[in-house]
Design a protein around this ligand. Sequence first.
Ligand SMILES: [Zn+2]
Length: 143
Amino acid sequence: MAVLVIEIIICIFYFVLLLIAAAKMSEIAETKGWDAASLHVFAWCFWFPLFGYLYVIALPDRTQYDEIMEYIKKDKLEEKNSKDVPPKRPAPEPQSKSKSYNLSEISSMSKVGNEDVKYWVCRKCKEKNPDYLKECQNCGTHK
Ligand SMILES: [Zn+2]
């Protein structure tokens, strides 16, 4: 007898729980911007709890959706308007003054490739030769 009472209490408890959950799910659907009554959210959640909950979870947030759609429409309208009027060209940039380089920039420019390469100047033709050459690459004079 006692077991039956406990079972009934559990059933009532489960029933109340389903009602509360279904009511809560309807509320969630409403906050998502849907008409819970017309979607029968409460009935779905009560009779098919798992399906009903998933259904509500899967509902997109329509409040944001409407906002986004409005934004897109506005954006397209602006795009149309801007097409009628030729787009303004950006003001030409002022002619850059003779660019000044700092010392490190200059030295990095002159260093092509190997930084360790040093030069020697030919005493005959004043040709600049890399250090590893024993003879001038221009006139052949020995270093
Ligand atoms: Zn030379």
